[in-house]
Structures are given as C-alpha cells and as structure tokens.
Design a protein. Sequence first.
Length: 262
Amino acid sequence: MRVGSLFAGIGGFDLGLERAGMEIRWQVENNLWCQRVLAKHWPNVTRYGDIKQVDWHTIEPVDLVCGGFPCQPFSLAGKRKGFDDDRYLWPEVVRCLDAVRPTWFLGENVPGIIKVALDQVCADLEALGYTVQAFNIPACAVDAAHQRKRIWIVAHAARELPYGTGTRGGWGLESTDSGETVSDAQRERSQGQRPEHELCSLSRQIQISRDSWWEPEPSVGRVAHGVPSRVDRLRGLGNAVVPQVVEVLGRMMIEVEHASLV
C-alpha cells in the first residue's frame, strides 16, 4: 500500500505505517526543522511544504492518506477556538482527499476534538463517500508507560469496514463516546488521575496491567542543557504520534485489504 503523509512532522505516522509494510510516497510538512528530520530518514521520498499551496491534482496517487491535523483548535491546553482558529486545517485535508481519492484515510487528534469538530470531520468524510469510524486509543494500549490519549479516525472508500458488535469484527478497538474527555496533560498530572483502563483496549495485541499507574504524557527532560535544537526536538516530540499505535492500525488495514482479495 502506497502512503501520502500530511502534517508529517518528524515521521511518526510514516514510521508506523512503514513498519506495518507500507511504502511512503510523499510527505507534506511546513516546519523546516521537521523537514530536515524527514529528509534524513526518508531521503528518496518527495516532500512538499505549505499544505495550502499544494496542487493535489498533480500529486502521485496513493492508497492511503494519513495525518494528524493541528490539534490547537481543539486542545484543552489552548483556547479551543475550533473552526475560528487560523490553525484549523481540516478543510485542507478534505481538499486533498477530494482530489487524490485514496482508498483509506487515517487521521489523529486530541480527545478535545470530540465535542468541537469530530461530527464535522466524520460528515465531511462521509460526503466524500467514505465509511468512517473513530476510536480512542491511548499510548498505553501498546504498552507505553504513559497515557497520551488520542482519537484515531479510520475511513475507507466505497466499502463497509468490518465493524460489528462486540469486538467490532476483530479490530478489538473501543469506539469513542461523547463523554467528557481531558487533553490537558498538565491538569491530569497535577490531579494524579488514573488512566481509563477501558480505553487501553487493544487486548488482541497487548495485555495491560490493571495495577499500573501512567503519566498523561512522558517526561522528556525539558530543562536539559547542551542538547542541539532542544526546543525544536521538544516541539517535534509533542506533536508526534506514537508509531506503535499507527503500526497496529496499519497492519489491520492490510488484513482488510488481503481479506477483500480472497
């Protein structure tokens, strides 16, 4: 499966999907430092800068488009301006999908998107002809020692995804709900909240200890001195996805594709 990566950052999506067996064909990333990271690890992949300037009708077709579109309009750590935030770039994703027409779309954002824009995101995907499902999968679901709750949006064109009752057709994922969610890591850390174990639900892939406590986000040594490009590195890590979650989702997509050929 060929992949186009939007808001590629330092390549979290790209690494996870590559590990799953896919091939990265192009990347879109506006940050110059992140572009250098991508060029180091994917030297032969075509890269584009500002997503608003891309002419999608000239882009190589791919089977899957992925991207964690900016979370600032939805995060509880910010002002949650939603559609009024100039960093609300979901319409650019729609513009890409409308022109490129990939079979799959895989998106990611913070839980704060549920009450602000998730309905709009799903409606836009359905208007383009996709079947859509959103899941709340934290990093601890793949054995990371922190929560990092994130919403993952899976969409497939022109065919029903294998969702049913119970384990949802073997995906083994928990669906999102409309309940209250918290994406402000600092507030969770100060209150010492315990993770919601029911969201750590990739039971088919990993077993989660019910007696463990996790930090909302990992500690990355924010006051370290003498580290080159420390601010850029911290920003890149903060914006990145957990590749292990992406890898699991990517392998499941490949299973669906293989099943359709049988």
